[in-house]
Design a binder for this molecule. Structure first.
Ligand code: TYC
Length: 117
């Protein structure tokens, strides 16, 4: 982590190290890390997409094993919506596109969306 100089407030008196030049500089020593915004990728239920197709989507694009994929698919089927995973913006966007493209290629109406956490 690079130590960034931080410009401090004006110093009015002329008796400090900066002797009336009006500014002083300190250096941040602690690394400042910021957490990325995270997004949930969700599958929406519909009446037409085959259960097996949804399980395949979860295995292929979300690295779920068969048991986890089946559990998530049934959750979506029973509750209307369910979480496939949590990702940074660009990864989430890519997953949504991959699922929507794959569903369209197979002429299923499956909907996949992302939502800021
Ligand atoms: N409801 C669908 C059916 O009964 C199955 C399904 C599950 C569809 C999850 C979409 O995201 C979905 N065939």
């Amino acid at each position: 982590m690079i130590a960034l100089p931080i410009l401090m407030q004006r110093e009015k008196s002329g008796d400090g190290d900066n002797a009336g030049r009006g500014t002083s500089v300190i250096t941040r020593t602690k690394p400042k890390t910021k957490r990325p915004n995270l997004y949930r990728v969700l599958l929406l239920n519909d009446d037409y997409t085959p259960m097996e197709f949804v399980i395949h989507i979860l295995e292929r694009f979300f690295q779920k094993d068969r048991e986890a994929a089946t559990r998530i698919m049934l959750h979506v089927h029973n509750h209307g919506v369910g979480e496939c995973g949590i990702y940074t913006y660009e990864v989430a966007e890519t997953k949504v596109s991959q699922v929507m493209d794959f569903a369209r290629q197979h002429q299923h109406p499956l909907q996949c969306v992302m939502e800021k956490k």
